[in-house]
Design a binder for this molecule. Sequence first.
Ligand code: F6P
Length: 363
Amino acid sequence: MAVKKIGIMTTGGDCSGLNAAIANIVRGAATRGWRVVGIMDGTDGLTTAVPNVVELNSCDMPTDMYRIAGSILGNGRAGVMNFEHAAATNKLKQFNEKLRDSIKKLKLDALILVGGNGSLSLAWSNRWIYSDVQLVCIPKTIDMDIPCTERTIGFDTAVQQIVSYCDQLMLTARSHHRWFIVQTMGRACGQLALHSGVAVGARAILIPEIKFDINSLISHITSASHDYGIIMVAEGVRVRGHSGAPAEIISRKLSAAGIVNRTAFPGHIQRAGDTTINDRILSAQMAECAIDAIENNETYVMTGYKNGCCQTIGLADFYAAGRVVDDPNITGMKTSNAYVAPDNPLLEIANGMGIYIGESKKR
Ligand code: F6P
């Protein structure tokens, strides 16, 4: 088998498990005798005069790659030309051409792009950039909003982070007989709030996919056997007639109804935290699947997790499977998103546990 040169690029928001994915790709490549280079800071590393890359060998990588969050390659700098800036300044064509030239200069056989739904959608929409390499994507995001995969790298650790955060909050909540309205990340997708809400035994879970009624929420809280607990709210929840953080809006409404409460925002620690075992194993499965895809000469594919296994899925199928909406960051771009489906089994479970999850699943 010919020696291949592959590149790895981590793009979009960081999350825990990226380093585990990098380490697994490098090890898998080494067993095949391939060379691996890491592109620094996402697409930033392709916009410099000489592409900014580092040689990656399994023997000289940090020992704690499987554990630490972030990406040793970086995910990009603010203020540097990227898809967002290029689109906003009408320079998308030049930007794309620069990426294509840099990839050509690097003489890569394949590029593994570890990215979220924005990066994968961009890769598919601008696929001509990658026509000189085999493009294999690995889905990572704490939001778990990528179609065609049941899991994404970083999600499990993010849920663990929220759960640890809420476990601490519960102690002060009980001491002061207060409710905490915890706002999770997740953009327009409620998976993070749903999973972490079930895991902490929240009294209510509000997600963008299900409408809720404030009066039903209030009566559900006042009828609880406790006078403290967690109300989990996804950042994508909208309250009619109001703008701003949904946790703050709900907090004001609860205060007006005499319910003692505080808001809490775990924020970017959701993207950090030591990588959980599930994310480590998922990153190994996805890395192996990506390397197999390269060996099989596949291109324009992503790795997808289903029923315990990973397999490749065409980027065209990924793009068509989601709800294609305007990208929140890039003018003129469309992103393919997955959401919590109405038949998600966890909704039924939450409902059965007496968690208020909005109006469509009222017990
Ligand atoms: O997509 C990942 C994510 O963490 C979202 O959940 C969140 O809305 C967003 O990124 C935050 O982005 P930033 O780091 O730019 O504030």
